[in-house]
Design a protein around this ligand. Sequence first.
Ligand code: GLP
Length: 242
Amino acid sequence: MKLIKCKDYNEVSAAAANITAAQIKEKPGSVLGLPTGSTPLGMYKKLIEMNKSGEIDFSPVITFNLDEYYPISADNDQSYYYFMHKNFFDHININTQNIHILNGEADDPERECGDYEAMIENAGGIDLQVLGIGQNGHIGFNEPDDFLISATHKTHLTESTVKANSRFFSSIDEVPIYALTMGVGSILKAKKIIILISGKEKAEALKQLLSGKITTKNPSTMLNMHRDVTVIADEEALELIK
Ligand code: GLP
């Protein structure tokens, strides 16, 4: 696992944007796996600037988002559909047909997840998967548990994640307790993975990730099984690493 040590959040965002831009320049029709959360916002801003200045072209790029709350409607301002359009897709020249986000209103979530997995496969698999991390080490919505699920699936959110994400909702009762998420296996199938980690709240999860020990109690540690992972972390997140 490669580690890029950054001074602060801004450097994390720049490093992540540069790697993503390099991927698109090398392969214009790249398939990107994209995260939500506050951490990737800086990277999205920089990618928007690069697109506006003509440095990168998103028109042939294909995207698959990692996860979505369930149930939630696309027009709910807390849905990841809404988040991605507001913070990224509405500002770049991506072809809307190339955007894929799990449907938080699917009648049959199992089928939705199976179809999603097949669509990723049909697109040729993910070239670059960008990840954030939860305070408890979750990636996508793969939460710490006795076992993890490999494929895209419907999952139950832990109390700590519902609490952490309640800062975006008007009350904790409004946070959906389920989600649809790419599984750990779906994530590990990506050819290349970068994980963005910023802030001291993530220090413990990052320490476990870098320990090299693999445990379902911190799903991010599964990334130790992949051959091309780059951790991009700032000083605050690295505070427990000597
Ligand atoms: C959510 C998302 C994750 C994300 C995590 C961290 O739970 N499902 O994909 O990595 O939040 O979010 P933040 O970057 O806001 O700390």
